[in-house]
Design a protein around this ligand. Structure first.
Ligand code: SAM
Ligand code: FES
Length: 348
């Protein structure tokens, strides 16, 4: 297995059969070696730094019905909210004061946030906080809409592909298609966004072969960012009684992606921190280099309930930042509050 890990380290790629062999046969010692290699690559590209992004969950209205997601349209128990432009600007103001230079605006697919409203929001943020990057994460839109957001000043777009396995994708996403999700990602890249794809680990019915689909798709897309987190059940969804993904498997996938796309921006996710109290630190040690403390007002935090047990729903932004900063330092890394653009983009 070590030879295969060395090959991945050297060539930044493996065949489907080789990935399958790795996933099936790695011993604990091999996994340790994999993490050594992935953290070495992370150090080569980003030294010991960890980028901080301020996450603003501005609406939990969603017209989609992803089977795993706690804010899916059919979950009538979800208490819905949306923040106004003024509320979002206030949050950015607080975040800016704390040192954040990236704001991630995330939400369900909420049509009341029209393109006009989104572009007004983006322009207002950019006008006031011109040295900040704006990342959008608001789902599938037309190319035309994406272009409008980009022209208004948005810099990055996160749209996890969720799973690159066509069958699994179909089962989990009623009235959606993997084809359209991928179309969105290619359009976003073509327009000039720094693009984030990504997937969940441990989805019901997901096999190693499906996870290799994810790796091979990422190798083809070459996104600037990759979000990887475990699936965690939410009690008010059709998958509420299923088993969730494990931290161990999620960490292996993070490490493999670090070797596959050496300079990719790779968050250590809240979902990983939810299933393991030291999950985010372990993610950083496996090769992740980004964390996204929550800046949303406490009054709405618990309403953005994607899965059960989500952490960090009670603490003020400043407390979240301090807590994450301390955890990062304790894990042997240093905090970087700058915009943290992807290297290719910085060199344009
Ligand atoms: N609507 C946007 C989109 O489709 O990209 C962004 C919001 S969506 C809630 C953000 C991410 O949450 C999804 O990409 C998905 O991977 C993750 N997510 C949703 N439900 C989850 C669950 N039960 N467990 C783990 N992650 C989940
Ligand atoms: Fe829309 Fe989850 S189903 S954000």
């Amino acid at each position: 297995m070590k030879l295969l890990i060395d090959k991945l380290y050297k060539n930044h790629g493996l065949s489907r059969e080789e990935f399958l062999l790795l996933l099936a046969k790695m011993s604990d010692k091999d996994v340790e070696y994999l993490f050594q290699k992935s953290s070495q690559v992370k150090l080569e590209h980003y030294a010991d730094t960890v980028y901080m992004r301020g996450l603003i969950e501005f609406t939990n209205y969603c017209k989609q019905n992803c089977a795993y997601c706690g804010i899916r349209a059919d979950n009538k128990k979800a208490e819905r909210y949306r923040l106004s432009i003024d509320e979002i600007l206030d949050i950015c103001n607080t975040g800016y004061g704390l040192g954040f230079r990236t704001f991630v605006l995330q939400g369900g697919e909420d049509d009341s946030y029209t393109d006009d409203k989104m572009t007004t929001l983006i322009k207002s943020i950019k006008r006031t906080f011109s040295d900040c990057a704006i990342t959008l994460s608001i789902g599938e839109k037309s190319r035309d809409s994406y272009q409008k957001y980009f022209d208004a000043g948005a810099d990055r777009y996160l749209l996890r592909h969720e799973t690159a396995s066509p069958l699994l994708y179909k089962k989990l996403h009623p009235n959606m298609s993997l084809e359209n999700r991928m179309r969105c990602l290619w359009d976003l890249k073509d327009i000039g966004f720094q693009v984030g794809a990504g997937f969940m680990v441990g989805l019901p019915g997901q096999t190693d072969n499906d996870l290799v689909d994810d790796l091979l798709f990422l190798k083809e897309l070459k996104p600037h960012m990759v979000g990887i987190g475990p699936f965690i059940p939410h009690k008010d969804t059709p998958l509420g009684m299923e088993m969730g993904g494990t931290a161990d498997k999620t960490l292996i996938m993070i490490a493999l992606v670090r070797l596959l796309l050496p300079d990719v921006l790779l968050p250590s996710t809240t979902a990983l921190g939810t299933i393991d109290p030291n999950g985010r630190e372990k993610g950083l040690k496996a090769g992740a280099n980004v964390v996204m403390p929550n800046l949303s007002p406490i009054s709405v935090r618990s309403k953005y309930s994607l899965y059960d047990g989500k952490i960090c729903t009670d603490d003020e932004a400043i407390k979240c930042l301090k807590c994450m900063g301390q955890r990062i330092k304790n894990a042997g890394f240093s905090v970087d509050m700058s915009r943290g653009d992807h290297k290719d983009w910085r060199n344009l």
